[in-house]
Ligand binder design. Structure first.
Ligand SMILES: CC(C)(COP(=O)(O)OP(=O)(O)OC[C@H]1O[C@@H](n2cnc3c(N)ncnc32)[C@H](O)[C@@H]1OP(=O)(O)O)[C@@H](O)C(=O)NCCC(=O)NCCS
Length: 162
């Protein structure tokens, strides 16, 4: 079979043919109690269709492992007219601690740089230490004050190789 099902590990920009697999991944994310603090959008079929449209400048990626999407990464905000994209990331519980999240982060940073961005922003809840540790390891700096939604705002100046 040709496509993301044919290789053991593959990172792909989401396209319309991925809607069914991404809908299933969104069900996994919605059921993942450790991802309660990850809510960039509703994890429903409408959003699976939207992020798999491949339209616009915002970028949505899936990390396929043995035929299944086990990671989700996004750079969004360009379509709304912002210069600095917002990064979001989820990896399945089975992939945590494997380096998959770091690889996905590095790829998202590269994709942002190659799209002309010099900075990235993200938001994270203060009670998500695992994500905060990951982001700090890449050099993200966090504002002292929380945003109105209770999250910390992180910013990264993109450097080659980050
Ligand atoms: C956030 C997420 C992508 C990180 O992926 P991960 O595989 O768990 O991350 P890693 O193991 O590569 O790195 C996490 C770091 O936090 C550390 N860590 C683990 N548990 C921790 C804890 N309770 N407190 C502080 N640090 C912790 C790890 O040791 C690691 O640090 P190291 O690189 O110095 O060893 C993943 O946990 C996830 O998908 N969570 C649910 C969705 C989510 O919260 N997304 C972010 C929303 S802003």
């Amino acid at each position: 079979m040709i496509g993301p099902m044919s290789t053991p590990t593959e990172l792909v920009r989401l396209r319309p043919e991925h809607v069914e697999a991404v809908s299933a991944m969104f069900e996994d994310i919605a059921a993942d109690r450790t991802a309660r603090r990850f809510h960039p959008h509703a994890f429903d079929r409408d959003n699976a269709i939207r992020v798999c449209s491949g339209a616009g400048s915002d970028l949505y990626f899936g990390l396929w492992v043995r035929g299944k999407p086990c990671g989700y990464g996004m750079l969004r905000g360009w379509d709304e007219g912002f210069d600095v994209p917002s990064l979001g990331i989820w990896v399945s519980p089975e992939l945590r601690g494997t380096g998959a999240a770091k690889a996905l982060m590095s790829f998202l940073h590269l994709a942002a740089r190659l799209s002309g961005s010099t900075r990235i922003r993200l938001k994270v809840h203060p009670d998500n230490p695992r994500a905060i540790t990951l982001y700090r390891s890449f050099g993200y700096r966090f504002s002292e004050r929380l945003e109105s939604d209770g999250q910390m705002l992180g910013m990264l100046d993109l450097q080659p190789g980050q």
